[in-house]
Design a protein around this ligand. Structure first.
Ligand code: 5GP
Ligand code: ZN
Length: 107
C-alpha cells in the first residue's frame, strides 16, 4: 500500500478524525493554507473526483454530505469546497479528497 491517504483512512497512520461517516473520514490538512483547512476523504481509493464520479453515486453523495457537516461544525458558514484534479491543477495526492477551507472558524 503506497498511498498516504489509504494509510490514514485505514488507520495504518494514526490520525485524529474531526468527523467520519461509514465510508469517509475528515482530518486537518498537515499544511493548512487557510485558518480552517480540512480534508474529506473516502476510505476506498479512487485517484480523483472524476474517477469517483464515474464509479459510485452513493459514495459521492456521502462525501459531499460529510464535507457539508465538516463545514457546518468548523467554519463560520462561509467556506470553499474544492477538488484539485490532475497535477497541473495542483493535485499532489492521488487519492480523491475534498478541501474544506475557510477564513473564519466557527465561533
Ligand atoms: P492536493 O494538492 O492533492 O489537492 O492536496 C493534498 C493535501 O494533502 C495538501 O494540502 C497537503 O498539505 C495534504 N497532505 C499531504 N500529506 C499529508 C499527510 O500526511 N497528512 C495530512 N493531514 N495532510 C497531508
Ligand atoms: Zn489511496
Amino acid at each position: 500500500m503506497d498511498c498516504i491517504f489509504c494509510k490514514i483512512t485505514s488507520g495504518v497512520i494514526p490520525t485524529n478524525f474531526v468527523a467520519e461517516s461509514e465510508h469517509a473520514v475528515a482530518f486537518k490538512d498537515i499544511s493548512p493554507r487557510q485558518p480552517v483547512h480540512i480534508l474529506v476523504v473516502p476510505r476506498k481509493h479512487f485517484s480523483d473526483i472524476a474517477e469517483l464520479t464515474d464509479s459510485d453515486d452513493n459514495l459521492l453523495l456521502e462525501l459531499m454530505k460529510l464535507a457539508r457537516k465538516v463545514a457546518a461544525e468548523n467554519t463560520d458558514g462561509s467556506f470553499r469546497l474544492s477538488f484539485n484534479t490532475g497535477s497541473s491543477a495542483g493535485q499532489t495526492v492521488f487519492h480523491v479528497h475534498a478541501h474544506v477551507t475557510a477564513k473564519g472558524a466557527k465561533a
